[in-house]
Design a protein around this ligand. Structure first.
Ligand code: 4AD
Ligand code: MG
Length: 503
C-alpha cells in the first residue's frame, strides 16, 4: 500500500489539500483521451478519482483504463473539494495499486430483472440503492434501541423456539425439536408480557417468522420486529408511546442519512412532517370512510392521475427508444438502456395500479363491519392522510386472542394498527392485553388453542394481574416507508419470501 494516510471517503472533508490513500472497488469509470474518471466506493461512500496521463506511469494509466467494474484497488491522490462531484470531494490521482482485477462483473450499471438481482444478492448489495437502504436500516435500528434504552426500558431477548402461538396458528413454521414439535416465534410478545411483570417496561428486538402464504410487497417469512411492553398502561398511553417512538426514529434517519434518502428519492418533505400527534380513527370510522362517496371520488381521481402518468411515461420511453436507434456514443447507449429498464419497471407498476384501482374501489365500497382491514383498505386510508394514522378498536372476532375487550363495547378490542402514509400501510400492530383471567381463558378456548400450553401465560393473570400492553413495529416495512422503496424484500440484506429463499 502506498505510503500515505489511509482515509475513508465519508471523512474526506478532513483531508482537503492532503494526499491520502483510499482502498475500495471500482464502481464505474469513464475515459476521454488523456483523462480518466474512476468512481471508487469504499463502503462509506463514492468518490470520483481523476487520473491524468503523465501524472502516473503510462503502464498504470493503461491498466486503469481497462480495469473492470468491481476490481479492488487502492488509489492515492490529493483531495479536492468539488461541489459537482459525487460526495462533494474528489481525488487527483498520483498513484494506484490494483489488488484484484475483475472482468465481466455480472451486475452492470444497466438494470436487471428482480429474479436475477435476488440470485445475485451477494453482489447486488454493493450497488447504490441496496447500500443506501442498508445504511438507513442501520440508523433506524440504532434509533430504535436508543429510544427504548433512554426511556427506561429493559431489553429482554425472547426465545426463537417456542411452544405456543402468539399470532395466527396458520402461519407457524414447525421445527422438529428432538422429536417434539415446536415452532419458530411469530412474536416475542407473550414471553415479553411475563418479563414486563418483573421489569415494568421492557422490549425485545429480533427476527420473527411467519409461514404466511402471501407474495405481496409487504410480506416476508422472516422479518425483524421490535416490541415494547409496558405494565400499567392503557390504550391512550400506548398510542402516545407509539407516536413519540415513530417520530423519534424517523428524525434519526433524517439527521444521519439525508444524503442516502436523497439518492433513494425518498419524500423528505413528508418525513419532516412526522411529529406527534398522529391521526386517530376508530375501526368503525375507518369502515365508514371506506364506504363513503369521498373514497370513491378519491380513487377515481387517482385513476385519472395514473392514466396521465402512464401517457407521459410512454412518451418518454418512445423518445429514448428513438434516440437509442440513432448513432450515439456507447456511454449514452448504456445510460439510455439503464433508464429504459427503470422506466419500464415504473410503467409496469403503473399498469398494476390502473388494474387494481377498480378492484380496490369495489372492495372498499363493499366493506362490511366485522372484517379485518385488507391490504388495499389500509392503502386507501393511508393514501388519504399525510401523516401516520392510528386505527383503533377493531372487531374482537377479527383479532388475536390476547387483545383486551373493550368494556364499553364488548364487540371490539382495545387495539390499534398504525398505518404509514403514502399508501405504505400497517407498520405497527399493538393492543392493551386481556388482563382478566376468565375472559382470557374464554378467548383461548374459543380460538381452539390448547389451554394447557398457555398455563404460564394465564398465570400472569392469576398472580398480580395489571393493565398492560404493547406493540410490535416491523423493521422492513418501516424502512420501506422511510426510503420510499416499494417492496420490503429490498429492506433486508438477505430476504426470505414465500416463493423462494434465493441465497
Ligand atoms: O400486527 P402484528 O402481527 O403484531 C404482533 O405480532 C404483536 N404480537 C405485536 C405486539 O403487540 N407486541 O405484527 C406487528 C408488525 C406489523 O405491523 C408489521 O409491521 C410487521 O410486524 N409484520 C410483518 N413484516 C413483514 N412481513 C410479515 N409477514 C409481517 N407480519 C407482520
Ligand atoms: Mg397486524
Amino acid at each position: 500500500m502506498p505510503n500515505s494516510t489511509k482515509a475513508y471517503i465519508s471523512e474526506l472533508k478532513n483531508n482537503v489539500g492532503q494526499e491520502v490513500t483510499l482502498a475500495g472497488w471500482l464502481y464505474n469509470s469513464r475515459a476521454s483521451g488523456k483523462i480518466q474518471f474512476l468512481i471508487i466506493r469504499d463502503g462509506t461512500g463514492l468518490c470520483q478519482c481523476i487520473v491524468e496521463k503523465g501524472k502516473i506511469s503510462d503502464g498504470l494509466f493503461e491498466q486503469l483504463k481497462h480495469l473492470g467494474q468491481e476490481s479492488s484497488l487502492t488509489v492515492t491522490g490529493v483531495v479536492r473539494a468539488d461541489e459537482r462531484s459525487v460526495g462533494g470531494y474528489e481525488l487527483v490521482v498520483t498513484d494506484a495499486k490494483i489488488i484484484s482485477p475483475t472482468t465481466d462483473y455480472p451486475i452492470t450499471p444497466k438494470s436487471h430483472g428482480i429474479d436475477f438481482l435476488l440470485k445475485n444478492r451477494h453482489l447486488h448489495l454493493r450497488s447504490q440503492r441496496p447500500w443506501c437502504i442498508g445504511r438507513v436500516r442501520h440508523t433506524l435500528v440504532n434509533a430504535i434501541r436508543q429510544f427504548f434504552n433512554d426511556n427506561g426500558f429493559t431489553l429482554i431477548d425472547t426465545p426463537i423456539f417456542t411452544g405456543i402461538a402468539g399470532e395466527e396458528a396458520g402461519s407457524l413454521f414447525e421445527v422438529d425439536y428432538f422429536g417434539e414439535p415446536v415452532h419458530l416465534t411469530q412474536t416475542g410478545q407473550l414471553h415479553l408480557e411475563a418479563t414486563a411483570m418483573s421489569f415494568g417496561k421492557v422490549y425485545c428486538f429480533g427476527p420473527t417468522f411467519r409461514a404466511e402464504k402471501s407474495k405481496t410487497r409487504r410480506h416476508l417469512t422472516e422479518f425483524w420486529m421490535v416490541e415494547p411492553e409496558v405494565a400499567f398502561i392503557d390504550l391512550d398511553g400506548l398510542l402516545e408511546l407509539a407516536e413519540n417512538f415513530v417520530s423519534f426514529i424517523v428524525r434519526g434517519t433524517l439527521e444521519k442519512n439525508r444524503a442516502e434518502l436523497e439518492t433513494l428519492g425518498a419524500d423528505i418533505a413528508s418525513l419532516e412532517k412526522i411529529t406527534p400527534p398522529f391521526y386517530r380513527l376508530t375501526y368503525t370510522q375507518a369502515a365508514e370512510i371506506l364506504k363513503s362517496k369521498k373514497t370513491q371520488d378519491f380513487l377515481a381521481t387517482q385513476l385519472n392521475e395514473f392514466k396521465t402518468q402512464k401517457k407521459q411515461l410512454e412518451d418518454k420511453i418512445a423518445t429514448l427508444e428513438t434516440e437509442a436507434k440513432g448513432v450515439i456514443k456507447q456511454w449514452r447507449q448504456d445510460k439510455i438502456a439503464a433508464e429504459l429498464i427503470d422506466l419500464r419497471i415504473e410503467l409496469n407498476e403503473l399498469d398494476m395500479k390502473i388494474e387494481n384501482n377498480p378492484k380496490h374501489a369495489k372492495l372498499a365500497a363493499e366493506f362490511t363491519w366485522g372484517e379485518d382491514l385488507g391490504g388495499s383498505d389500509e392503502t386507501i386510508i393511508s393514501l388519504m392522510h399525510d401523516k401516520p394514522v392510528f386505527v383503533t378498536h377493531y372487531p374482537r372476532e377479527a383479532k388475536a386472542f390476547y387483545m383486551k375487550q373493550d368494556l364499553q363495547n364488548p364487540k371490539v378490542v382495545q387495539n390499534f394498527d398504525l398505518l404509514a402514509p403514502a399508501g405504505f400501510g400497517e407498520i405497527i400492530g399493538g393492543s392493551a392485553r386481556e388482563d382478566d383471567y376468565e375472559l382470557l381463558l374464554e378467548r383461548i378456548k374459543e380460538q381452539g388453542l390448547n389451554v394447557e400450553n398457555y398455563y404460564w401465560y394465564l398465570d400472569l393473570r392469576k398472580y398480580g394481574s395489571v393493565p398492560h400492553g404493547g406493540f410490535g413495529l416491523g423493521v422492513e416495512r418501516t424502512v420501506a416507508w422511510i426510503t420510499g422503496e416499494p417492496h420490503i424484500r429490498q429492506c433486508i440484506a438477505f430476504p426470505r419470501m414465500m416463493d423462494k429463499v434465493y441465497i
